[in-house]
Design a protein around this ligand. Structure first.
Ligand code: MLT
Length: 232
């Protein structure tokens, strides 16, 4: 597993790349698609996102910069905003600080999917079934390693280790972190010292983080087709 600054060191050919942004982009993607969104379009810039409202029918614009809702976008980056009653049948155009950015950086992968605790088992089952080389790509925070994405990478690496060789020390380290987290009262409690926990709790978003660390609420595998993410 890696942070975005290291992506160029990895050969992604014939590889399934799992984009991970637990707080909160890939959690929001899992929630929206499982709750019936037609698709999620990951967008690089706020301006492009706003422009899509005029070109794609039934399109909702959403996202954040530095964790905050951006003026001009209709909704934020909270998985709790996208209930079935609201998002069902709609298209979500999403732009975020790190998660959607990393998705656009990956070149030549066999398949790109997104993962979060909300769809942990669905992602692991998919990867086991495919049986191909996997790269756990952590969106992190502005190229700096973060705890929550590494923790999720550890959960996946632990679940896969009987079927896959862990080729990278960072995967071993992620597994150690995930095992250490099992001694905490909860995954959320374990993440309290992390920088993004502090950032989001300053915005009153502890409820979002509690939800994002609750495994398997949205059993879906979001697959990127080069343009949009759809339920695989
Ligand atoms: C990101 O892409 O950096 C995150 O999803 C930020 C957030 O909304 O917490």
């Amino acid at each position: 597993c890696l942070s975005p600054a290291l992506l160029h060191l990895y050969d992604t050919k014939d590889t399934i790349v799992v984009i991970i942004d637990v707080f909160r982009a890939t959690s929001t993607i899992a929630a929206a698609l499982h709750n019936g969104a037609r698709a999620v379009i990951p967008i690089a810039s706020v301006e492009e996102c706003i422009a899509l409202t005029n070109t794609v029918e039934g399109c909702i614009t959403a996202g954040e910069r530095d964790g905050k809702v951006v003026p001009g976008l209709q909704y934020g980056n909270s998985p709790l905003e996208y209930s079935a009653g609201f998002i069902g049948g709609k298209t979500l155009a999403l732009t975020t600080t790190n998660g959607t950015k990393l998705l656009h950086m990956v070149r030549d992968a066999d398949t790109i999917i997104t993962g979060s605790f909300l769809n942990l088992d669905a992602v692991c089952t998919y990867l086991k079934k495919r049986g191909q080389k996997v790269l756990l790509a952590c969106a992190a925070w502005k190229d700096r390693v973060n705890m929550e994405d590494t923790l999720f990478a550890g959960a996946v690496a632990e679940a896969l280790q009987d079927d896959f060789a862990l080729l990278c020390d960072s995967a071993q380290m992620a597994v150690s972190l995930y095992r250490q987290a099992q001694t905490a009262p909860s995954l959320l409690a374990f993440l309290e010292p992390s920088s993004h926990y502090k950032r989001l709790s300053n915005f009153g978003l502890v409820g979002d983080m509690a939800y994002c660390t609750t495994p398997n609420q949205h059993p879906v595998v979001p697959v990127y087709n080069g343009k949009e993410l759809v339920a695989g």
